[in-house]
Every structure is written in C-alpha cells, then in structure tokens.
Design a protein around this ligand. Structure first.
Ligand SMILES: [Zn+2]
Length: 47
C-alpha cells in the first residue's frame, strides 16, 4: 500500500483509500478529507 502526505495538514494518507484527491500540474495529490482539498485549492488559486 502506498501512502502520500496530505500537503495541508501533514497527515499520511493511504493512496488507495484517500477520501479526496486531485491532479495539480500533472501530479496527483491526496488529502485526508475534502476540506483539506478545498484549503489546498484555495491556497493555489487565491481570489
Ligand atoms: Zn488533511
């Protein structure tokens, strides 16, 4: 099983069971929950 680090909160996430993930600049990023993904996206694209 592969694990990836949630870039928002630093938690290790199982890539096969990640509650949320997205592809940014061709790289898949995994999150522990959809809220962290939203935070990540908000940081990437500040309004
Ligand atoms: Zn998280």
């Amino acid at each position: 099983m592969a694990k990836a680090k949630d870039p928002v909160c630093g938690m290790m996430v199982d890539t096969e069971k990640a509650p949320a993930k997205g592809v940014y600049d061709g790289q898949t990023v995994y999150f522990c929950n959809p809220g962290c993904q939203k935070t990540y996206e908000a940081r990437r694209k500040p309004k």
